[in-house]
Structure formats: structure tokens, C-alpha cells
Design a protein around this ligand. Structure first.
Ligand code: ZN
Ligand code: ZN
Length: 371
């Protein structure tokens, strides 16, 4: 879907909800609809879109005007004094000008403080919370988006291959994470997709471990969760390595997670619910008696955000539709010992999934530093 079609789809949704217009403040949604991606400052709004039945307006201030003009040619630029404050001042006139009375805002993004400010400035209009409208359109990727995602995935794969050569006992988690970050940036990443996770031994038992100064040791698992951002799109890849000759426990747990992942990769189809996909992997782990140790969902969509629709969790009723991306990432976490997680990115197709990730799943690492 090109940008124009995305805006048309949003208009169809506005119509359905009886809205005269919508204010888009979430930066990734703004980027998706207009091409204008203001820098993401969580506590500041640097530009906003206002979309009605037959108008597409981009509000921003002098700092971004030139960028906005270049990036969002299909939008009518509306210069405000200073984004945020200036928008509050400009909005009443703007709404009156286009005759919008019932106006939607993005409830998941607009803070309560900002809502109060804006709502009081717009007393004459009805201010309606909306949830996940643009996110729903974003969930299904077009060809260009998939191509950007492929590049981000390939870079994560390459970085992982490099880490397999680099990693050895004695290096701290932070040293390995930094090496991965540098490799990605030199390989063309705009950014890393999230704080990279290198979790050795017991630290791997925390699904969202942060990296620490702990040095990796021989004879323990290491969870490596990395991702890059390329052309605004992300990748998300996890592999688990064992430094040295794997012991029986690691072999058992690793083989189980691998089987659970295979079951999901082979079984997921377009039209399935998120919870059904999750169940394909969960069942394998539960039957082996490790159900309690798989504490998170199977996966999530990845695109302009690292975590986006759809969700494949125990209870997710969301339908997995062709063209959506999904991570398939079962894991087992054992306090005091460590964790095993294997995560691939896929695209949902009618008859199955297309696996994008290609990084090696061979867990044993006998690098020179170990032998
Ligand atoms: Zn991940
Ligand atoms: Zn993930």
C-alpha cells in the first residue's frame, strides 16, 4: 500500500467511527502515513498530522519545515509557532476552517497532561479517544516494507555470524554488546533496534535481561538477542550459544526449544489466531514438563516498531493475516541456571510462513578461546 492508500484506509476507518478527523501524534504512525518522521522524543511532540475526509495537514514548526516539505509532499504544511504549544494555539482555527467537530486522538500516545491542555483549547469540539487505527493498517506490510525488513534481518544475521567468531569466555556482556552494535552501525544500520541483550549463565534466565559487566564463562549458555534498524524498519533475532561442550541439561532444553520453534514454524498459517500459533510451540514445551518456564508469548509483529501488531500470545484473538510479520521465539528460563531462546522473523503467507532469519542454530561454540 502506498502512502495515499494508507491515508484512504484511515479515512474509511474515520467514517466507520463517525469522526470528522483525527490527530496523529505517534511518530511512527506519522512516518507511515506521511513520510515525515520527526525525531522521537518521548516527552515532546515535534509534529502532528491532522487528517480529515478531504484534507491532509502536517503541523510542525520552523525546525522541521524543510524536512517536512521534502518528506511529506502529499501533505499541506501548516506552520505553528513551536510544535506542541503552538499546535494547541493553532488547532481551534484549523478545526473550524475544515469544519471538524468530532475529532479523534491517539489515546495510547497522547499523555494525560497533554490531553487536558488540548481538550481545554478545543472546547467547541468533541475529543474522541481512538486506539490502534493506524497500527492496524501498519500490521500488513507491502513489498517495499518487506524489502527493508529483509535488509534489517540480513544485517542481524551477519552480525550474529560475526559474534560467533568473536565471542569467548572472559569478555563481559557489555563488551560483546558493544562489539555487536559497532558491527551493525558499520554494516549500515541507522541504529540498533533496541538495547542488545547478551546474557550469560544465570542472567539468561531473565527474558529481558540487560547487559552487565559480568564476564562470560566457559560451560554456560549465552542468550544473544540483537536487531538493527534499516530504512526505518527493524529486525529482531535471538540465538543461544553454549560456550564449550554442552552438558546434558543444555542439550535437553535446547533441543526442546528448537522442537517447539519448529512446530510453530511448520504449523503457522494465514488466518490462524495469535493464540493458536502460540499454542503450537507451547504445547511441545508443556508436554515436556517445562510449561511454567515459558513465561512469555510466542511472538510479535515487527516493522517501524520492534513490537507491534499482531501479538501471538496465550490469549491473543488477533488474526494472523498474510503479509504480517511475526517473530517466533519460544524460550525456557530456569532461575539460577540460565535460559534458552531461539527467535526467527517470518512473514505470514496464505499456506504457511516465509522464514526471513538465516542465522545458524548450531548452539555449540568451540572457539579458539575455549579450546
Ligand atoms: Zn528479540
Ligand atoms: Zn522479539
Amino acid at each position: 500500500m502506498n502512502r495515499k492508500a494508507r491515508v484512504e484506509e484511515l479515512r474509511r476507518m474515520l467514517n466507520e467511527q463517525g469522526l470528522d478527523g483525527i490527530l496523529i501524534t505517534q511518530p511512527q504512525n506519522s512516518l507511515y502515513l506521511s513520510g515525515f518522521g520527526p525525531s522521537v522524543q518521548p516527552d515532546e511532540i515535534e509534529g502532528a498530522l491532522f487528517i480529515t475526509e478531504d484534507d491532509s495537514i502536517l503541523m510542525t514548526d520552523f525546525r522541521y519545515l524543510e524536512q517536512a516539505e521534502r518528506e511529506a509532499p502529499a501533505f499541506r504544511l501548516f506552520k505553528v509557532e513551536r510544535a506542541d504549544e503552538g499546535m494547541v494555539k493553532a488547532l481551534p482555527g484549523l478545526l473550524e476552517g475544515v469544519g471538524a467537530k468530532r475529532v479523534g486522538f491517539e489515546a495510547e500516545h497522547l499523555t494525560f497532561a497533554r490531553y487536558q491542555k488540548w481538550a481545554s483549547a478545543l472546547e467547541g469540539s468533541e475529543w474522541v479517544p481512538t486506539s490502534g487505527l493506524v497500527e492496524e493498517i501498519r500490521a500488513i506490510k507491502d513489498q517495499d516494507e518487506i524489502e527493508a525488513i529483509r535488509k534489517a534481518v540480513a544485517l542481524a544475521d551477519e552480525t550474529y555470524a560475526y559474534l560467533r567468531e568473536y565471542i569467548r569466555p572472559g569478555l563481559t556482556e557489555r563488551e560483546v554488546a558493544w562489539e555487536a552494535e559497532v558491527y551493525m552501525r558499520q554494516g549500515g544500520a541507522e541504529k540498533i533496534a533496541f538495547d542488545l541483550i547478551i546474557a550469560g549463565g544465570p542472567n539468561g534466565a531473565l527474558p529481558h535481561a540487560t547487559t552487565t559487566e559480568r564476564a562470560l564463562r566457559e560451560g554456560e549458555p549465552v542468550v544473544i538477542d540483537i536487531g538493527a534498524r534499516v530504512e526505518s524498519y527493524h529486525s529482531d533475532l535471538t540465538r543461544t550459544l553454549y560456550l564449550g561442550e554442552p552438558d546434558a541439561r543444555f542439550q535437553e532444553v535446547y533441543a526442546l526449544v528448537r522442537r517447539a520453534q519448529e512446530s510453530a514454524l511448520e504449523g503457522i498459517r494465514g488466518g490462524m489466531k495469535g493464540k493458536e500459533a502460540d499454542g503450537l510451540a507451547r504445547q511441545v514445551i508443556e508436554e515436556a514438563g517445562y510449561g511454567e518456564d515459558f513465561g512469555h508469548g510466542l511472538g510479535h509483529g515487527v516493522g517501524l516498531a520492534v513490537h507491534e501488531k499482531p501479538r501471538a500470545t496465550k490469549r491473543s484473538e488477533e488474526e494472523l493475516q498474510p503479509g504480517m510479520t511475526l517473530t517466533v521465539e519460544p524460550g525456557i528460563y530456569i532461575t539460577g541456571w540460565g535460559g534458552v531462546r531461539i527467535e526467527d522473523m517470518v512473514v505470514i503467507r496464505e499456506e504457511g510462513v516465509e522464514v526471513l532469519s538465516r542465522a545458524s542454530k548450531e548452539p555449540t561454540l568451540l572457539s579458539p578461546g575455549i579450546l
